[in-house]
Every structure is written in structure tokens, then in C-alpha cells.
Ligand binder design. Structure first.
Ligand code: ZN
Length: 140
């Protein structure tokens, strides 16, 4: 069973990788040519320039540049840092199935602890309630 922090870390990492892969088309020698990506089901996409196949990596190198949104990356980095901040502090006793958050509550097992996953992680999980990996017991 995946725990809530692992689930969130996977979602943020996926989103961060997609954002890092974004590129934008920039002015290049291809500007006055017919550039077309063709997609055939089950086959890799193929780039055509003026109706002729063209190496996609070469086109990408010449005609695009990385374009991740720095605000999106910063937001995801903050969320990943929150996951680190709200890790389990430990178990209530050695054989206990319940854990407490190291940050919320007192961070101690015997003095006003907050169960883990804590409300902070549960709130962060709300946007993913429709994800197939989301577990209903993560709802607050
Ligand atoms: Zn917490």
C-alpha cells in the first residue's frame, strides 16, 4: 500500500518532469518551411519538413528552447518541501500501527501529537481525489 506522502511525491514529480520537458518554438531556419508532426497510432511521431521526414532531435535543438514555467516549478518545489516537513515523527509505541507527524502537534508521541498523515498532507491530496491511486481514507 502506498502511503499518502509517497502518492503526493509521485504526483509532484510527474508534474515537475512534464513541466521541465516543455519547450517553445523560437525563430529559426524552419520559419519559412512547412513543418508538420504526424502521429500514427502505435508508431513514434514523425516530423516532416516540406513533406520530407526530418530528424526530430535536430529540429528540436535548432527550433525550440526549454520553456518550463518557473512559477510552476517553484510551486512544486514548495510542495515537495512540505512533504519533507510533514514526515512521520515515529510510532506512538514500538508496535503501534499509528504514526504521528514530526511537525504538527508537539512532534512527540506522548504530548499532543497529530496523527500521520496529518491534515496538511490530507489537504495537499484534495486535488488528486479523482486519481486512481487516491485512497478514500486520506480524505479529512
Ligand atoms: Zn504535519
Amino acid at each position: 500500500m502506498t502511503d499518502l506522502a509517497d502518492f503526493l511525491r509521485a504526483r509532484y514529480t510527474e508534474t515537475r518532469q512534464r513541466e521541465q520537458a516543455k519547450r517553445m518554438v523560437v525563430p529559426s531556419v524552419f520559419d519559412d518551411h512547412d513543418v508538420e508532426w504526424r502521429y500514427n497510432l502505435g508508431e513514434p511521431e514523425t516530423l516532416y519538413v516540406n513533406g520530407h521526414p526530418y530528424p526530430a532531435e535536430e529540429y528540436t535543438e535548432i527550433a525550440t528552447r526549454p520553456a518550463p514555467d518557473p512559477d510552476v516549478i517553484a510551486d512544486l518545489d514548495v510542495k515537495l518541501a512540505l512533504l519533507d516537513e510533514h514526515e512521520p515523527g515515529g510510532r506512538y509505541w514500538p508496535d503501534s500501527p499509528r504514526q504521528y507527524c514530526k511537525t504538527c502537534g508537539s512532534g512527540e508521541p506522548n504530548e499532543y501529537p497529530t496523527d500521520w498523515p496529518c491534515p496538511t498532507l490530507r489537504i495537499l491530496a484534495r486535488p488528486f481525489a479523482g486519481h486512481p491511486g487516491y485512497q478514500e481514507d486520506w480524505a479529512t
